[in-house]
Design a protein around this ligand. Structure first.
Ligand SMILES: Nc1nc2c(ncn2[C@@H]2O[C@H](COP(=O)(O)OP(=O)(O)OP(=O)(O)O)[C@@H](O)[C@H]2O)c(=O)[nH]1
Ligand SMILES: [Mg+2]
Length: 356
């Protein structure tokens, strides 16, 4: 899972990136001359993995990972001339976007728009994204119409795509991001290659600085979420060992580190869940889409396991931790043998029996 951090100049993108990844990148540059992307991977904190690791005492404990990219130098493009192909290509590779909004007042940090106004900044960002998508969609519509007129060989397919892109165009013209529309699976597949920015789930990060900033920004849609962070403080705390940092949170009025809030929210936005594999060698978290079948889970581990799939020995996290061991879970009949079509639950512990 890769999340692109984007926002207006000096909104605190790099500060938030540091708070999320402990990357310690220099901040406060403002208006980098060219597009630069820094990516860092972080372990997804999951107390269930910690508990399983204590239980099995494995040689290795492997957490799921999320990658964040600090996309800097995009501001001129956001503010003015439209997006470059390079920026569009970068955004296209992201699974979701984190939009950082400045909601801190600080005389030492110049404000390009004169005052702090996260609502205005969000509208500005969204309308730039919408305009960019509109260009993409209009270009596609022209191609579709041309292909249909010329009697192209895939004419039927083009005919089916036409109303889809017309619907999207109408939404964009009404200033609605594409993520707010509902699509069938087939439509989602059809849209995949176009890199529509406003189709990507959006995690809005309100960077509220040291004091809470009242804001009316809410999550209007299932593919949008809002998280508040105290960027500067959290970036500083990220430099400390985890237990020390935890001790300071309450002092700063932080109920939960942004790192955890952002990751939880990203899983929800992207419709993801976890399952675990356990053993003496390794306890490991895996990420799959919510509603994944046992066969898809097997595929996440290895394609060979998927191909030779026989059964998935499955026990829920709650049952396993309540009963204390796999043997006890088996005795109590809580360790089930599931087939390919079984729909995995978040937190299932799975062991795949396979041939080959
Ligand atoms: N007081 C305060 N200052 C902050 C906060 N977050 C960021 N800043 C400051 O704002 C300035 C810009 O922060 P950056 O994280 O570099 O912002 P950016 O969006 O990455 O900036 P560019 O990439 O240069 O456009 C720095 O001086 C930060 O220390 C905050 O929560 N409170
Ligand atoms: Mg920056």
């Amino acid at each position: 899972m890769q999340i692109g951090i984007i926002g207006l100049p000096l909104s605190g993108k790099t500060t938030i990136f540091n708070a999320l990844t402990r990357a310690g990148r220099p901040t406060g540059v403002g208006g980098a001359a060219k597009l630069e992307v820094f990516t860092a991977a972080v372990n997804v904190p999951d107390p269930r993995v910690d508990t399983l690791s204590k239980m099995f005492n494995p040689r290795k404990t492997i957490y799921a990972q999320v990658r964040y990219s600090d996309i800097s130098g995009s501001e001129r493009e956001i503010s003015a001339q439209g997006f470059s192909g390079q920026l569009l290509n970068t955004l296209a590779t992201m699974d979701a976007l984190a939009l950082v909004l400045r909601a801190f007042d600080d005389d030492t940090v110049p404000h390009p728009d004169g005052s702090v106004d996260p609502e205005r900044d969000l509208r500005k960002l969204e309308s730039e994204f919408i305009l960019t998508d509109l260009v993409t969609v209009e270009r596609r519509l022209e191609k579709l119409q041309e292909g249909i007129k010329k009697g192209a060989r895939d004419r039927d397919l083009l005919q089916r795509e036409l109303p889809l892109f017309e619907q999207i165009k109408a939404a964009l013209e009404a200033e609605r991001p594409v993520r707010e529309l509902d699509f069938t699976d087939e439509q989602v597949r059809a849209l995949r290659g176009y890199g529509l920015i406003t189709l990507k789930p959006a995690l809005i990060i309100v960077n509220e600085g040291e004091t809470p900033w009242p804001t009316s920004i809410t999550s209007p849609h299932k593919r949008t979420d809002v998280v508040k962070m105290k960027g500067k403080i959290e970036a500083e705390l990220a430099e400390l060992p985890a237990d020390e940092a935890a001790a300071y949170l309450a002092d700063f009025g932080i109920d939960e580190p942004g790192l955890i809030k952002a990751i939880r929210s990203s899983y929800k936005l992207l419709g993801l869940q976890s399952f675990f594999t356990v053993g003496e060698d390794e306890v490991r978290a895996w990420t799959v889409r919510a509603g994944a079948t046992a066969l898809e889970c097997a595929g996440a581990v290895h394609t060979d396991i998927m191909k030779g799939f026989i059964r998935a020995e499955t026990v829920s996290y709650d049952d396993l931790t309540r009963l204390g061991s796999l043997a006890a879970a088996r005795d109590k009949g809580r360790l089930r043998l599931e087939g390919k079509e079984y729909v995995a639950h978040d937190g299932d512990i799975m062991h795949f029996r396979h041939s080959g």
